[in-house]
Structure formats: structure tokens, C-alpha cells
Design a protein around this ligand. Structure first.
Ligand code: ATP
Length: 437
């Protein structure tokens, strides 16, 4: 029998009102179809730890596709994967819920893609990585809030322990090694003794080294996207994971300092900085490789099958550091507009990396001022305003705007009135005669 308990009060306290409302709705829908529905995995763990969780993962005992097709909410977008009997809902306010059919997986051999068959909740939970991720909470009204814990997840949560569900877990899926380390460090838990022993034998057995580039990259990307990636990256070093993944990788003081600074700077700039475009993890990857030989650096790019754009960012970051230090550390690029002009040409991720990797305070200060301030500087006047003022659309407007921005960057112009006056003085009136009617 599973360990059961009622988490009704915790659901209320930890979920946002919107999450709560959606789960009540989905539970009722499931019950009306004679199905049972549960939230599962990370969200249950986070609720029990009192942590906020964004992902709503629901599992139904019954066919998730039939369940999803029955959802009838204004503005709710439903996508279905009939073959896998899964799908997702995106509500009109952007809230996303993944829904899956309770399923069982068979691994025919290590690292194989699992074969899937529909089955009960217990089997669904058994295929998961760690006991604390293998719990469910019912959301159907007749058992709303009931915790289902077959494998001691609650006990391990209390003990702050990460424990695999069975001895072949890492063999079936070696990505769990990285998942485990990530979670251990994020939650400040520890890998239970037997789990740690199994993890070591997975490393020794060479299974991690055989992971596909794509899967390895996804796990590393997720790890480097953590709010504070340093502890997990350090733990991977302690456990010898890097030696196996990237033979010859040298992680010394410079790499450590750069990684630590990256976290601090990112917190200042915010990961939501739109132009990182999700690539900021590459700054951490570059930091990790900063002290390694060029052949090792290229081997990493190949091993992770990085896309051309990602390779460019990595190469520019690692190869361009010395030149950037010279250019930005001297007396030739002094004005804000000059710093802007120089850095505008490179990826903001590379700029971020350089700011963390350099030991030259002037270079760092200039790059950080670019990322936090200059990057966003705009004139009050827009292209549309210039057309209104009588300038011809096209390259001329671009040129005027660029000169205008430079003066704003250098704080020579600060108000709208000053901008208008500057334009009138500097761009001859006759150019404004061509206003279209
Ligand atoms: P996070 O907060 O990092 O998103 P999470 O536990 O929700 O943590 P997901 O990657 O979203 O992580 O996975 C959701 C759930 O799916 C996990 O909690 C776990 O139960 C299961 N899971 C994910 N990846 C694996 C895996 N490789 N092997 C087994 N179970 C997995």
C-alpha cells in the first residue's frame, strides 16, 4: 500500500490561485469522464517543500487524449500527440499544463529509447528518476489532495535525500546522473549512499560517455540555466563527471572565478534580458572551457553537437577575449557611443562572458555598463517622428537615428526638445521638403 496523506492545505498555500483553479477544473473534468487525474513529479516535490513550481504535470488513468479532447474552455489551445497519448493545454492567460496517460516504460537495453505501454499510476511513478520525484497528488474531487507515495518519497524528502527507485536506474538512463546532481545542489540535498555507489559505477562503466550529443547537451543546458549553477558544476567536478564527458578539460581558478562572476552578473542583468535568447548557458560553457587547450574546446563543441550559431558564440567568446581586453581596456574606445558601437557587433552572451572572464576592471566596467544601460538606450524621437517632421523614409532616417542615438548615449542630448533642436540644426531643411502627402 502506498503512503497516503492529504495535502489539501499545502495545495492551497503553495499553488498560485490560478494553478489551483485550473487543477480543480481538470480534476472535475477527469471525474466526469470516469478517469482519475493526478499532479505528478517535480510539482509534488516542490509543493511538499513549499517551493513555487511553474510546471503543471498531470497524469490521468485513462486516455489523456480523450481527456484533452473533452476540455472546452474559451481560448484554451490544445495540442495532442496521439501516438504517445500525451498532450498539453495552453490557457488564454498563457498557463501551460502537460497531460500524459499513466504509462509503463520498458528499456530493452541500456540507453535504448524506452518502449511505452499504458498502465497504472504505480508503474508510471516507478519509471521516474528519484523517489522524491515519484509521488502523485490526486486532483479528482472525490480524493482531492490525497498524496500517493509508493516508494518512500516523503521519507526521503524529510531526510533531504535523493534515492533512485531501483539499482538499474542510471544504467537505463545515464542522464539521471546529471539530473541527480542538479537537484541535489539546487535543493541542498545529498545523494543517498547506495545511489552514490550506483552513480559511480555508471560513470566507471562508461555509460555517460555514450550518451548522444543532443541528450547530453539538454542536461548540461538545464544545469547551466539553474539560478546558481556553480554548486552543481563543482559537484560534477568532484564526482569526476567532467573527466568522463570531456577528457582533458582543465578547470582551474580562472574557470571557477569566471563561473562565479557570471552568476553574480546575470543576477544583476537578469536572465530575462531579451537578447540572450536563451543562450546564456553558453557563457557558462565557455567559462568551463576557458583554461583548456583549443583541441579540448573544439572537442566540446563537437561532442555537444552545437548548432552553427552556438558554435559561433563559443568561438567568439573564447578566441576574442584577449583582443576585446585590448580594445576595451585602452584609451581608443572611451565614449559610450564607441563602446556601444564595438559591442553591438557581438552577441550579448559573448559580452557577458568577457565581462566575467576578464581581470581588467575597466574592461569589465565598460561591458557591464553596456549590458545594463547603453544597450537599451534609445532617443525619444523615433523614425515615425522623423517622417512626421518631413524627412524621407529609408536609409536617411536610419543614419539620423544612429547619430541621434550616439548623442543620447554620450548624454549630449537628454530631452526631447534638445533632440528636436539638434536635428533641425544639423540636417538641412531642404532634405525635409520631400514629405509625402
Ligand atoms: P525541474 O524543476 O528541474 O523542472 P522536474 O522534476 O519537474 O524539475 P522535469 O524535467 O520537468 O523535472 O521532469 C518532470 C518529472 O519527470 C520529474 O520530476 C521526474 O518524475 C520525471 N523525469 C524527468 N526526467 C526523467 C528521467 N530522465 N528519468 C526518469 N524520470 C524523469
Amino acid at each position: 500500500m502506498p503512503w497516503t496523506d492529504n495535502l489539501e492545505h499545502l495545495l492551497k498555500e503553495t499553488l498560485t490561485p490560478r494553478q489551483y483553479e485550473i487543477l480543480i477544473y481538470l480534476g472535475k473534468e477527469a471525474q466526469s469522464l470516469g478517469m482519475k487525474a493526478y499532479i505528478v513529479g517535480g510539482i509534488v516535490r516542490d509543493i511538499m517543500l513549499g517551493r513555487e513550481s511553474l510546471d503543471l504535470d498531470v497524469v490521468v488513468e485513462g486516455n489523456a487524449v480523450d481527456f484533452l479532447k473533452s476540455i472546452n474552455q474559451e481560448g484554451c489551445h490544445i495540442s495532442l500527440h496521439e501516438r504517445y497519448k500525451t498532450g498539453s493545454l495552453i490557457f488564454s492567460d498563457g498557463m501551460k499544463v502537460d497531460v500524459a496517460t499513466a504509462r509503463r516504460e520498458f528499456y530493452e537495453y541500456p540507453l535504448a529509447q524506452p518502449r511505452v505501454s499504458s498502465d497504472s499510476l504505480k508503474h508510471d511513478l516507478y519509471r521516474r528518476d528519484f523517489t522524491i520525484n515519484a509521488m502523485a497528488v490526486s486532483i479528482t474531487p472525490d480524493s482531492w489532495g490525497t498524496l500517493i507515495d509508493y516508494f518512500g518519497g516523503r521519507r526521503d524528502l524529510n531526510k533531504k535525500t535523493l534515492k533512485v527507485l531501483h539499482n538499474l536506474s542510471f544504467v537505463e538512463d545515464p542522464t539521471r546522473v546529471i539530473r541527480g546532481i542538479r537537484l541535489e545542489q539546487r535543493l541542498n540535498f545529498h545523494l543517498e549512499d547506495n545511489t552514490l555507489r550506483l552513480l559511480h559505477s555508471c560513470l566507471k562503466g562508461g555509460l555517460l560517455a555514450r550518451l548522444s550529443g543532443y541528450r547530453l547537451r539538454s542536461e548540461l543546458e538545464l544545469t547551466m540555466q539553474e539560478k546558481a549553477p556553480f554548486p552543481a558544476l563543482k559537484r560534477m567536478a568532484e564526482l569526476g563527471v567532467w573527466d568522463i564527458l570531456f577528457p582533458g578539460l582543465r578547470i582551474g581558478k580562472t574557470a571557477v572565478r569566471t563561473i562565479r562572476r557570471l552568476s553574480a552578473f546575470l543576477a544583476r542583468i537578469s536572465r530575462d534580458f531579451p537578447d540572450f535568447r536563451g543562450y546564456e548557458w553558453l557563457a557558462f560553457l565557455a567559462a568551463l572551457a576557458i583554461e583548456s587547450h583549443e583541441t579540448v574546446q573544439f572537442a566540446i563543441l563537437d561532442r555537444l553537437s552545437l548548432a552553427p550559431r552556438e558554435r559561433d558564440i563559443m568561438v567568439q567568446s573564447l578566441d576574442g577575449l584577449r583582443a576585446a581586453e585590448q580594445d576595451l581596456g585602452g584609451r581608443t574606445l572611451v565614449k559610450n557611443s564607441e563602446i556601444y558601437g564595438y559591442l553591438r557587433e557581438i552577441s550579448p552572451v559573448t559580452a557577458l562572458f568577457w565581462s566575467a572572464a576578464t581581470e581588467r576592471w575597466r574592461v569589465r566596467r565598460r561591458i557591464l555598463s553596456y549590458l545594463t544601460r547603453l544597450y537599451r538606450t534609445k532617443s525619444h524621437l523615433t523614425g515615425r517622428d522623423l517622417i512626421e517632421m518631413g524627412y524621407r523614409g529609408g536609409p536617411q532616417i536610419g543614419e539620423i537615428l544612429s547619430q541621434l542615438r550616439d548623442r543620447c548615449l554620450n548624454e549630449e542630448l537628454t530631452t526631447l526638445e534638445e533632440e528636436v533642436a539638434w536635428i533641425k540644426n544639423n540636417f538641412p531643411l531642404e532634405l525635409r521638403q520631400t514629405k509625402r502627402h
